[in-house]
Design a protein around this ligand. Structure first.
Ligand SMILES: [Zn+2]
Length: 131
């Protein structure tokens, strides 16, 4: 229950204090919303995907701990400008690596929440979207 920064690296605090890509896209082509009951984190992602299946822009909104917010900031930076195929390569390991600190199992759920929201938004098969 400490309130200090603890073991968090400066990068995480920096992204928490000054998150990138915060807000909501309107209009958007994809939306995903996930929450983490263990910690009370909540992430809503909105994305705009262009005709070439490239993520033209992405925003996140929500409330949560430093880990979940920093992870959302890093993830949105990482996926912006990528194609859906490239994005599909984002997985648990790449998210955890981008945070750069060892996390407990509970904190991992915080770190992975934005990725879950991304998957909820984009779905399993981008190719299935219209033609
Ligand atoms: Zn959390």
């Amino acid at each position: 229950m400490g309130s200090g920064p603890g073991p968090y690296q400066a990068q995480i605090l920096e992204h928490y204090k000054h998150p990138h890509n915060r807000g909501t896209l309107d209009p958007s082509t994809h939306k995903g919303h996930e929450s983490n009951s263990l910690c009370g984190d909540e992430i809503a992602l909105t994305l705009r995907v262009d005709g070439a299946n490239r993520i033209e822009d992405v925003r996140f909104d929500g409330e949560g701990c430093a880990i979940s917010m920093a992870s959302a900031s890093l993830l949105t930076d990482a996926v912006k400008g990528k194609t859906l195929d490239e994005d599909a390569a984002m997985d648990r390991a790449s998210v955890l690596q981008s945070l750069g600190v060892p996390l407990s199992a509970v904190r991992e759920q915080c770190a992975l929440l934005p990725l879950r929201a991304l998957r909820a938004a984009l779905g399993p098969a981008p190719a299935a979207q219209g033609h």
